[in-house]
Design a protein around this ligand. Structure first.
Ligand code: FAD
Length: 506
């Protein structure tokens, strides 16, 4: 093979040391052990967003790829296990449902399990859909053990993620990255120099005058988008008309009430929703709200009135605009984390999008030529991924039946993307779930929200007419729910399991 000119990337500068910066640094240090310097610039004076504590199951793949031991990670980040999200008061006040990680049982014939559940319900069964989910079975009893490999067992039908302290996770990954040659520079970037004919970023200048040059820049500077927006003026697509919340107030509290439940809770409130994320040493809380309908003071008062235990600090306010950058990769800058956009934390997808961006950056790793075809494909995939998640989030707002507050009335009446309208209509007519390419959330997730929020199908799958009949469906549903409950009761308690694996102190 002819010797190609050396166009390899030899230096990478990551600007920002929040969850995005340190996840990127750790993953790049792991994937590129030599031949390229990796520098991370962060400013303690500016600080991080300091929230972001609930995740979805792919985070386990990220940690495993880096060779991180699960028990050590949970110990160091005061983490807990997460089996899904309980949604309270979203459809109507007084109603609840669970979005589980995993599936609702396993098909025993050609029909989806939930078609049997629908048939059984039409025949008089009162078993809630939640009770066909192993994740909810364990969650509601406060139990946890990892899924088993035997596909015949109901204990193979769930998945899990984590809650963790975001600051401790960044510190954990910092130790990992610095042990693998990542150089950390403390200091605020005050200037950005563009170079050459191509307008690429050549270097950044710190407050003390130091300059850091690099071939590739990763913008992890948070909402401000220091490189991608302030320097390159990339542009932002605003999704506030679909995802109307634009503020959050957050405060941790002492563990109390139900304690360290193995799931997140999202409770709808008059102008948004409140999260509850239980960790080993405290519970994270926040009220995500729409500033058109609620003042900051009212939001803080509502949050403080709805805590499990005493607040452990003053409430912190955050402002954001839901949406995404028009390009995630522009010239020699890839935006990762909040610098790339934010879709609000309803389904804990932001940290996942960091992980997905890193995986794509490695899959499309450039040379110094920055081939436009590579950059375009990265952006195409990233935009599609985001839009699929966006639709799933809008689903929660659109399907509300609450008429008790202006936010919810507006959401029920709002126009939605065609891609989502098609899914809602299709489910409503036959109970069948339409999957689209690059959907992050699979059929079980969509099913949980459709049913949980009252998008009841008018009819069933036409194949039901040839199948077993309501009698069999009902028997199947009863047996599955019984097997799940028995399995859940045989699992250890959540706190006991963390102790057993050495992930927490007794
Ligand atoms: P930041 O944490 O803001 O970090 C930015 C970094 O850039 C900092 O180190 C800062 O010092 C540095 N910086 C900025 N400007 C400069 C400069 N001029 N010079 C040098 N350094 C600079 N995600 C989830 O997955 N699950 C959740 O439950 C969740 N909940 C959330 C709740 C809320 C209310 C919000 C707002 C977000 C939530 N997220 C959640 C998102 C999550 O917090 C972020 O995705 C994650 O923390 C990554 O943030 P970041 O690293 O991009 O930005």
């Amino acid at each position: 093979m002819e010797q190609a000119a050396d166009t390899a990337i030899r230096s990478i500068a990551i600007v920002g040391g929040g969850t995005a910066g340190w996840m990127t640094a750790a993953a790049l240090a792991h994937a590129i052990p030599r031949g390229c310097t990796i520098t991370l610039i962060e400013s303690d004076a500016i600080g991080t967003v300091g929230v972001g504590e609930a995740t979805i199951p792919p985070i386990r793949v990220f940690n495993q790829t880096l060779g991180i031991d699960e028990a050590e990670f949970l110990r160091e980040t005061k983490g807990s296990f997460k089996l899904g999200i309980e949604f309270v008061d979203w459809a109507r006040t007084g109603q609840r449902y669970f979005h589980p990680f995993g599936t609702f049982g396993k098909p025993f014939d050609l029909l989806a399990v939930h078609q049997h559940w629908l048939a059984a319900r039409a025949g008089g069964s009162r078993v809630p859909l939640d009770e066909l989910s192993m994740a909810w079975g364990a969650a509601r009893h406060g139990r946890f053990a990892p899924p088993v490999g035997d596909p015949r067992s109901v204990a193979s039908t769930f998945d899990y993620a984590y809650h963790f302290d975001a600051g401790l996770y960044a510190a954990f990954l910092r130790r990992y990255a610095e042990a693998r040659r990542v150089e950390r520079i403390e200091g605020a970037v005050v200037d950005v120099a563009l170079g050459g004919d191509n307008g690429h970023i050549a270097s950044v200048t710190l407050a003390d005058g130091r300059q850091v040059a690099a071939d590739l820049f990763v913008d992890c500077s948070g909402f401000r988008g220091l490189l991608i927006e302030q320097a390159l003026g990339t542009g932002y697509e605003d999704w506030t008309h679909w995802l109307p919340c634009d503020r959050a107030v957050a405060v941790p509290c002492a563990t109390g009430g139900e304690g360290m439940t193995p799931y997140t809770r999202s409770t709808a409130r008059a102008a948004g929703w409140q999260w509850r994320i239980p960790l080993q040493h405290r519970t994270g809380n926040g009220y995500v709200y729409c500033s058109r309908h609620l003042s900051d003071d009212e939001a803080a008062a509502t949050l403080l009135a709805n805590l499990d235990g005493p607040a452990l600090g003053d409430p912190r306010f955050l402002r954001f605009t839901t949406g995404r950058r028009t390009k995630f990769w522009n010239r020699n800058v890839v935006a990762v984390g909040l610098a790339s956009g934010f879709m609000e934390p309803l389904e804990s997808t932001s940290i996942h999008l960091i992980q997905a961006a890193i995986a794509k950056l490695l899959a499309f790793f450039p040379t110094r030529d920055f081939d436009p075809a590579v950059v375009d494909e990265y952006n195409r995939v990233a935009i599609t991924e985001c839009e699929r998640i966006r639709d799933f989030l809008i689903l929660h707002y659109k399907l509300t039946q609450r008429a008790d507050a202006p936010l919810w009335r507006d959401c029920a009446a709002m126009a939605i993307p065609d891609t989502l309208a098609m899914k809602i209509d299709h489910f409503h007519s036959t109970g069948r779930l339409i999957a689209r390419d690059m959907d992050l959330f699979g059929p079980a997730s969509w099913l949980a929200v459709h049913i949980g929020q009252g998008n009841d199908p008018r009819g069933g799958d036409p194949l039901l007419a040839y199948a077993t009949g309501a009698q069999t469906s009902s028997g199947f549903v009863d047996r599955l729910a019984g097997a799940i409950d028995a399995m859940a009761r045989s699992m250890p308690g959540h706190a006991a399991y963390l102790q057993r694996i050495g992930a927490s102190q007794p």
